[in-house]
Design a protein around this ligand. Structure first.
Ligand SMILES: Cc1cc2nc3c(=O)[nH]c(=O)nc-3n(C[C@H](O)[C@H](O)[C@H](O)COP(=O)(O)O)c2cc1C
Length: 261
């Protein structure tokens, strides 16, 4: 048993160690970076989800292919799972967000396996956000799976993956060790001028967000301050509401970490 597996068993308060499998799809490597970090930290097994006809075009070509497949109501064919699922207690399932949820190769793959009765830890990467709808879809697909809190990160923040995965695995009890426990967000209040400027800087150059911050809740995190903004869309459907997490770390410009639509 690896040290990580021992710690996993101890941290979960069980005699029997929990064996973890990391299953993931990644087109351009960001989700793979998260999968690799989890695999290394846990000493877990890992398997990549593979589309028989790879999505190897650029962003525009991939969007076009997906739209065509969606219009025809077809999913891509994927390679069958090689691992024996019955050997694993915890499945870390990773995917890029495409069209608001897990990418079609993952959707197709989930039709070939049964995660009911398993502990599932979802993780994902995305341009703007986020984990929530994909987790809802996962729970609908496998009502008897125990879906544990997951992890998501923007592609643009890939540099944060090692530190955030370490924090996430400790916080969720998969790895022993000290970590910074953030307090919950305080009460939301109307944004000050300074907070509005933080929001504008964080979302400023992102083409898919055009919104004005109205309310914010704030909390202290490890290296700075985290904001949870409520903002009104000024583009898209004007007046509709989005929620945006922003991280302002000491010595760095504020960045948004996830958008809830
Ligand atoms: C076809 C396609 C659709 C996408 N749709 C979304 C989306 O709805 N929301 C989002 O935040 N990012 C979206 N993205 C961005 C990807 O989620 C993001 O680049 C991800 O980190 C890629 O992961 P990978 O490097 O593991 O392939 C999309 C990307 C592609 C190619």
């Amino acid at each position: 048993m690896t040290l990580a597996a021992v710690l996993l068993a101890v941290s979960c308060g069980q005699n029997k160690p929990q064996k973890a499998l990391v299953l993931y799809y990644s087109q351009t490597g960001t989700t793979k970076a998260v999968a690799d970090a989890i695999q290394t930290a846990l000493g877990a097994d890992a398997e990549e989800i593979v589309a028989l006809t790879p999505y190897d075009g650029d962003f525009g070509a991939t969007i076009a292919r997906c739209q065509e497949e969606m219009a025809q109501g077809i999913l891509p064919e994927v390679e069958p799972l090689k691992a024996d699922l019955s050997q694993y207690d915890v499945i870390f399932l990773g995917y890029p967000i495409w069209f608001g949820t897990y990418a079609p190769p993952v959707k197709a793959f989930l039709n070939t396996i049964d995660l009911n009765g398993k502990k599932v830890v979802p993780f994902c990467t995305f341009g703007s956000g986020g984990l929530d709808s994909s987790v809802k879809h996962l729970a609908e697909k496998f009502p008897k799976a125990e879906i544990l809190p997951g992890y998501g990160v923007r592609t643009a923040r890939a540099d944060s993956i090692p530190a955030e995965v370490d924090h996430f695995l400790k916080e969720s009890g998969f790895v022993a060790g000290e970590y910074f426990k953030a307090e919950p967000f305080g009460e939301a209040h109307a944004v000050s001028e300074e907070e509005a400027a933080i929001f504008d800087t964080a979302v400023g150059d992102y083409p898919m967000i055009s919104a004005k911050a109205v309310e914010v809740a704030v909390r202290t995190v490890e290296n700075g301050t985290e904001y949870f903004f409520t903002a009104e869309n000024t583009g898209g459907v004007p007046g509709s509401i989005i929620k945006v997490y922003v991280l302002a770390e000491e010595g760095k410009d504020p960045v948004f970490t996830q958008v809830l639509r």
